[in-house]
Design a protein around this ligand. Structure first.
Ligand SMILES: Cc1cc2nc3c(=O)[nH]c(=O)nc-3n(C[C@H](O)[C@H](O)[C@H](O)COP(=O)(O)OP(=O)(O)OC[C@H]3O[C@@H](n4cnc5c(N)ncnc54)[C@H](O)[C@@H]3O)c2cc1C
Length: 399
């Protein structure tokens, strides 16, 4: 074993960007920024782009502003795991009717997602590979088992339980006490997905601007005015789709969408055989912990990718929560003290970026993004996107 967990050529930029580099020059030149638009969308992730596509197709003139290169945020850095509501209410007590309603909507959004990439011919390396959700305690397994019937009834999840002694059928680790299988879930290459959505937005006539930060949003006559790092834009409406990166752009969001440090690692190439040993069914792997671990084979099945959330809000000095266990023992797949088969240590690490983040809604009912890719579930609309100037509870649903 090498004395370093870092592979030769170790890099800190996201693995996904190898396939789709962030192009600082993509989008329209700053000089083309108009003085006015029907709608200004702030943020060029899945949420902002899909809002823009929907509005543009409905006849609005839409400008998307992105502070960095287009797609700088979570949409090109995530784990690429897609599902239909398995996390709804995971760590929160919801009244049963609300929980069921949310689950049904999340389940519907998964079907919508599959239809969208099919109809728009987006090559996101999508695989409906299913998911294994490891139970980190016996009690967690029991709680999962009690959910199976409901998930199957309401979300058609194809859920079933795996006893502890069959965990190895799905993951080369003894960490979990069995878990739940979900057939109705899959995987994408997130940056390719984003690239595809960006192309759809361009084709729909959306004006896309990278490298232009939105500033103060104020009322101006019957509309709004958005300050930008170029010049102000007048707009009939503004959609804020800035996830956990909002900063002080909107105090409303800042109070509700909490940044949570989150990290991922890509191993060096392990080879398809080794990857299949580690992930025998090639499913996505998540778990029941509040600060969960998640694992997956890379879409080409040559590497292992794994991620986790840091319990603290600071960026760990040594890159990763796992690394605290010692430089030469990277706990992946996680294992209990009695060990378990271990892969070669990870050799290449990437992270979303310092201090960065999927946004979580403050009550942790559901990630601000709803745990869903592309479509605003209703709760997500309330927490991660908002039409500035709208009256009442911000709520929009774009289909
Ligand atoms: C490490 C990680 C793993 C994840 N894994 C999964 C997963 O497996 N499955 C899943 O469903 N979800 C996952 N997520 C969540 C998923 O990535 C998000 O739900 C989704 O990408 C959110 O999209 P968005 O458009 O809301 O935000 P983002 O893609 O984050 O876009 C917000 C954009 O707003 C921009 N911005 C902010 N302020 C301004 C400003 N003032 N002016 C202009 N632009 C601005 C930012 O630069 C950013 O590009 C993960 C997230 C992370 C970080």
């Amino acid at each position: 074993m090498s004395d370093s967990i870092f592979a030769e050529g170790f890099r800190t930029d996201p693995y996904w960007w190898d396939a789709v580099p962030r192009d600082a020059g993509a989008g329209l030149p700053a000089e083309a920024l108009p003085e006015r638009a029907d709608v200004v969308v702030v943020g060029s992730g899945y949420a902002g782009l899909h809002a823009a596509i929907t509005l543009s197709r409905a006849g609005s003139e839409v400008v998307v502003l992105e502070a960095g290169p287009l797609g700088l945020g979570a949409s090109t850095r995530n784990g690429g795991m897609v599902s239909g509501g398995v996390n709804v209410g995971k760590h929160a007590s919801l009244d049963p009717a609300t929980a069921d309603e949310m689950l049904a909507e999340a389940a519907e959004s998964y079907g919508w997602f599959e239809g969208f990439i099919r109809d728009e011919k987006i090559d996101a390396m999508y695989q409906r590979c299913g998911r294994f959700v490891g139970a980190h305690t016996r009690a967690a397994w029991q709680k999962q088992a009690e959910e199976v019937a409901r998930l199957n009834d309401i979300a058609d999840s194809g859920a079933s339980m795996v006893p502890a002694d069959r965990t190895h059928d799905h993951l080369a680790s003894d960490f979990y006490h069995g878990g739940m299988l979900l057939d109705r879930s899959g995987a994408v290459h997130p940056a390719k997905l984003h690239h595809g959505v960006l192309s759809v937005a361009e084709a729909a006539g959306v004006s896309l601007f990278g490298g232009i930060r939105a500033g103060a949003i104020t009322r101006s006559g019957t509309g709004l005015e958005v300050e930008t790092s170029e010049h102000a834009i007048r707009a009939g409406a503004v959609i804020i789709a800035t996830n956990g990166y909002s900063g002080d752009l909107s105090p409303w969001h800042q109070r509700r969408v909490v940044p949570v440090p989150s990290y991922q690692i890509a191993t060096e190439e392990l080879g398809a055989e080794r990857v299949t040993e580690l992930f025998p069914t090639h499913r996505m792997i998540a778990d029941t912990k509040r600060l969960l671990y998640y694992f997956r084979p890379s879409p080409d099945r040559k590497r292992g990718l794994f991620g986790g959330r840091d319990a603290s809000r600071r960026v760990p000095r040594a890159w990763l929560p796992w690394k605290r266990r010692g430089d030469d023992e990277l706990a992946w797949p996680p294992r209990r003290s009695d060990g378990g088969r271990q892969p070669e240590p990870a050799k290449r690490l990437f992270r979303p970026q310092a201090g960065c983040v999927p946004g979580f809604s403050q009550d942790a009912v559901v990630p601000a993004d709803g745990g869903q890719i592309l479509r605003f579930p209703r709760l997500a609309g309330a927490s991660s996107g908002r039409v500035a100037g709208a009256r009442g509870r911000p709520r929009f649903r774009l289909t």
